[in-house]
Design a protein around this ligand. Structure first.
Ligand code: PLP
Length: 450
């Protein structure tokens, strides 16, 4: 490794980072991570911390998952690449498709289509939704509905359904015909209540009203995360997703579950849709499917959608969409090994148990620190929202949030911040001791910043 100063200076000089201002790099250089082991990462200064970000909600099995590493090595030897465009495929991908059909059987998802990551998966879902309606004799169904505060990646389609202006404004105009419903957020919502069931009903009323106004026969799909992640970990009331499902069904609208974060156990259930007892028409996945070790994603397709494509023998049924890396054999091998490990370690069950411990710890922090305005989470998808005034719910200043993150890091735990939210999404293999470590590092951060 080159010396620290070389790396810091050349990072600032040559690299633009996602979701960061290029001009910030000199004043506040990013942490340069150099190694990972178990649930810990080590930076270039040799400091070792627990990674309570879990890479980016994706390294669910930690950094030492040897079976996945070995599967990647072996596949690189055997066949490092082959395309899956019409006429060819590869053997690990077929095996993976068989396993995914088993994995997602309970969600009613029977076919898979492969991508290079989450944004690709979202884009694929949006395109397939439009094509489905065309094949189904309803070509005017082109509009999309989504939730405010929803995050769906950064392609033009995904940014168009994105519910956060930070990801939209600089890139507008985006897709026309996209409409946003309020977020099912108890802490901040336009309904003047903290009753999640009432909020769910309020959003359902607005959705129905908008469907009546727009005409159901113009709407292709509603896309939503079962638990909203990047928008600040918003856990809807249990009635919310079933209500959305029922409205979509009644109006012939497809339901796309964006499960890029939630598909492989993070919420404590194997999928977010299953958590709420809903079967989506299309599901986007990525991230933990390869434990973050290889860029890869899968879109899962329901029988209903599959039948419409497969029964249409005309050229219109052909999928005019896909990527050079759709179904990459190394990604497929990594995914196969990841699925096996996830199942062997039953990480969903661990996420549920550790998640409950973590939420209990975060609630104690709420009792002790005025700076904590709200505690939210499901499984190992958690957040605390920092406020300068609990009564008014005024978000804490940027330097305060930064201070909490910095002191927690010094205390041995990496957390992520997004606006006034501190996001905690550790690997799903963490232990009870790791949970204690996370809570006490945040305690130190909140004490220093409060
Ligand atoms: N959808 C959701 C719900 C996500 O959380 C993300 C990324 O965090 C994406 C889509 C985009 O995935 P990627 O960053 O792999 O393109």
């Amino acid at each position: 490794m080159r010396e620290a100063n070389f790396l810091i200076e050349n990072n600032a000089r040559h690299l633009w980072h996602p979701m960061a201002h290029p001009a910030e790099m000199q004043a506040s250089p990013p942490r340069i991570v150099n190694a990972g082991e178990g649930v810990e990462i080590t930076d270039i200064h040799g400091k070792r911390v627990l990674d309570a970000v879990g890479g980016l909600w994706n390294v669910n099995l930690g950094y030492s998952c040897d079976p996945v590493k070995e599967a990647i090595r072996q596949q690189l030897e055997q066949l490092p690449y082959y395309s899956t465009f019409r006429g060819t495929t590869n053997s690990p991908l077929i095996e993976l498709s068989y396993e995914l059909a088993e994995w997602f059987k309970e969600d009613g998802l029977v076919r898979s289509f492969y991508t290079s990551g989450g944004s690709d998966s979202v884009e694929t879902c949006l395109r397939l939704a439009r094509q489905y309606h065309k094949l189904n004799g309803q070509p005017e169904r082109t509009k999309f509905f989504a939730l405010k505060k929803g995050y769906h990646g950064t392609h033009f389609g995904g940014a168009s359904v994105n519910g956060n202006s930070n990801f939209r404004r600089n890139y507008e105009p985006l897709l026309p015909g996209v409409f946003h419903l309020p977020s099912p957020f108890t802490y901040r919502n336009p309904f003047g209540t903290i009753d999640g069931a009432e909020i769910a009903k309020g959003i359902a009323r607005l959705f129905e009203d908008e469907i009546a106004f727009q005409g159901a026969d113009t709407i292709a799909a509603l896309i939503m995360e079962p638990v909203l992640g990047a928008g600040g970990v918003i856990v809807p009331h249990e009635t919310f997703m079933p209500l959305m499902r029922e409205i979509c069904d009644r109006h012939g609208i497809l339901l796309i579950a964006d499960e890029v974060i939630t598909a492989f156990g993070r919420t404590g259930a194997w999928t977010g849709s299953r958590l709420w007892g809903v079967k989506p028409d299309l599901m986007s996945t990525a991230k933990a499917i390869t434990n973050g070790y290889y860029p890869f994603g899968a879109v899962m397709i329901s029988e209903k959608v599959a039948q419409v494509f497969e029964n249409n023998k005309s050229a219109m049924g052909s999928i005019g969409h896909g990527y050079t890396y759709s179904g990459h054999p190394v990604g497929a091998a990594a995914a196969l090994a990841s699925l096996k490990e996830m199942q062997r370690l039953n990480v969903a069950a661990n996420a549920q148990v550790r998640g409950e411990e973590l939420i209990a710890g975060l609630k104690e922090l709420y009792e002790r620190h005025e700076l904590v305005g709200d505690v939210r989470g499901k499984g190992l998808m958690c957040a605390i929202e920092l406020v300068s005034d609990r009564e008014k719910k005024t978000g804490a200043a940027k330097d305060i949030v930064q201070k909490v993150q910095d002191v927690a890091y010094e205390a041995g735990v990496m957390v992520r911040t997004s606006g006034a939210n501190v996001i905690i999404s550790p690997p799903l293999i963490i232990t009870a001791e790791d949970v204690t470590r996370i809570v006490s590092a945040l305690d130190a951060g909140l004490s220093a910043a409060g």
